[in-house]
Structure formats: structure tokens, C-alpha cells
Design a protein around this ligand. Sequence first.
Ligand code: PLP
Length: 429
Amino acid sequence: MAKKKLPFTEAKLKEIIRQYPTPFHIYDEQAIRDNARRLLATFDWAPGFKEYFAVKATPNPYLLSILREEGIGADCSSMAELILAERAGITGESIMFTSNDTPWEEYQKAADLGAIINLDDITHIEYLEKHVGIPEVISFRYNPGPLLKGGNTIIGYPEEAKYGLTHEQILRAYRIVKDKGVKRFGLHTMVISNELNPYSFVATADMMFELALEIHRTTGVKVEFINLGGGIGIPYRPEQEAVDLELVGREIKRLYAEKIVPGGLHPLKLAMECGRMITGPYGYLVATAIHKKEIYKNYIGLDACMANLMRPALYGSYHHITVVGKELLPHDRIYDVTGSLCENNDKFAIDRALPPIEPGDIVVIHDAGAHGHAMGFNYNGKLRSAELLLRPDGSVKLIRRAETLADYFATLDICQNELSLAAAAKKPL
Ligand SMILES: *Cc1c(COP(=O)(O)O)cnc(C)c1O
């Protein structure tokens, strides 16, 4: 059972809200650090293990710096993500550039930073050579297609996915770059997402170990590292269990001893690029109930909406909800918990059993620390909320301010005068 507790008391949260109005995202620094250490400990037996945090999950430089202090790098896929990593002090081979459909300027930036470039297609070898040049180290993303049986709910069937090189192409790709003088090689895949079954990660490692051995046999290329991708799920529902990392570490270690060592590939570095499991459970969306509406169903309207957390609307995902101060009351009301978008799927929960809620109650939505704020958008003129960091000493730091109307209108040449007048007078437009 995953415990759904809050890292702050009601009094502390009210104090935070006095300074930073809802809605906001708040991240628990100590829990993120402890969790990062847990993942690294899983692979403490693996030579040179590296975790590259998937920046897209929570692209905030303060969080990236905390992770850097824990020895974690960055998995980037765009110009902005590369710059964020750089500003957080993550450079060189602590960055893995796993992108797809990539403009050459982004490869150039990755090369300038000394990042490991992970190519998504065989034709990208020529594209990279033409625009940027062939780097010293190169990695390829593998798509096993129908060779991997069974799909994953978010990524789907590998043969339907746009990513990576086929089995035949990947063997050819290593020969091509070897002929071009590349001396150091990596191998990557990402075939599962939000997966809770530990054996899926063991199976991925097995598939990749076999592939590394085959690449060695058929092309003479010894890959220096294997990146197993991200995709470690989190228990969004209280009745779910977190992935048994100890089992994952133990079983992959066994496979390494059985296959990599006798196959002559030891020492082979292992890597992962998890996003969700690093920050997901340790970020909370804090909102206030502003309306209570009773028609054919009962609705609680929040001051947050799908622009602050899109997962329930996008994937129908469950996010646990705590009504602060009412945790111990009977959950004997059934509500749809909604935001204000003119979209009927703007709901954080549907038919959820909760305690009686009144306008003014503080509502915390759990597991919003990854793919939460990051997926925010401005549809319906909604402004992105602030991000706060709860520090180990209990203090709170603003790590991204909330957007203002001036931000929303910044790309238009209307309203600029009115906005500056209103700002000067500290009044709304
Ligand atoms: C999204 C993504 C990740 C991170 O996935 P999580 O589910 O957040 O662990 C890692 N690698 C690639 C290539 C991705 O696209």
C-alpha cells in the first residue's frame, strides 16, 4: 500500500498559502533526495551507473541542481531542456540528448555542451555529419518492434511507436559510425512508461544485454554503456505498490553476471533516464475549493484546472486527493472535482468519495511532481501557477513565480500600455 501523506501540517500549509496564493505546485526536497539515493543504491554494484533525470518531467533548474548534487545528470530532448541543464550546472557527458525529429541547431547545442548524442534514426547519422560533424561518442535508440511482445499503456506497442532504429538498422548503424571513426558507443531504449511490474525492467535489460552481445559479435563494436530508459511507474492509487527496486537491481545484476561478464563486455556502464519516479510522488498541487455545485451530479470547483495538471484529462489517470484537515472524516460524499476550463474533461476526479467539502477548503492533489506543472498550457487564458520548494529545514522557496497577464500578453502588441499602467497602479486591467 502506498501511503498518501502530506509533508506539511495544516497550519504550515496555511502559512505557506498566506504568502503564496493557491494554486501552486510544491516539491519536497528531502524526499526527492532520499528517493534519488534509493535509485542509485539499486545499481551500486553496476560499474559507473548513471541516472539521467528526464528533464521534461519537471523542468525546473532548482530541482535539476538538487539532483546534480546527488550525482544525477540530465536527459534532454530540446534546446530549452539543454539550456536548463546547462544553467543547473549539468554539462558534458552528464547530459544525454535523447531527442527525435531533431533540428540541427539542437544537435549543435548538445555537441557544444559535450553531451552524449543519442540518435533516433539511421538517417540522422548523415544529418548530424552534415550539420554538426560526427562526435567522439555516439549512441543509438533501439526500437525492438514486434520482437518485444506486449504493449505498454502509455507507450503502446513498440512497432507502432515512432522512436528508434529497427534491429536490422541498428546493426548497420554501428558499422557506419565505426567506419566514420567513432571510438565510443552507447545503446539506448525506452519501451515502457509508468510501469509498476519490476520484471518489465529486468526483461528490458535482458533484451539489451542480448543486443549488445549481438552487436559485438556481428560488428566488432563494444558498446561502452547501455541506457535502459525511464518508465519506472509510481503508485498513483493508494492500493498500488511502488516498484520493488531491490528486485530490479538484484535481477539485472544476475543477468549482467550471466551474460555481460562471460560475453567479454565487462565493464559495461548501465544508465537509466527516469523522470516520473524521481520527483512524481514528492510534488503536490495545492488548490482551494471555490465553488460547490449540485445539479445532476455534485461538483467541487477548484481554483486549479487541467492547465496545472493534465494527466487526469489526458490519460484518465487517478490522482489521490486530500482535503486538508478533513482526512479523518468519513469519505461519504461523491464528487466530480473540476477546474474552470470550458472543456468537460477538465476534472481532477470523477465520482470520487471524499469528505464533505465547502468553498474555502484546501485541496491537495498528490503525485503531481512529474509531468504536472511541466505539461501546463495557456488554453482558455489560464496562467501557469508557481512552483515552490519545501526545504529540509522546513522553509519554503519560490522556485518559479506564477505567470501574470503580462506574461500571457507578452507576445502580442496589444494591451502593453494598459498592462504597464495597471502594474504601476497595482490594479487588475
Ligand atoms: C519521457 C521519457 C523518459 C522519462 O520517462 P518517465 O516515465 O518519466 O520515467 C525517459 N526517456 C525518454 C526518451 C523519454 O521520452
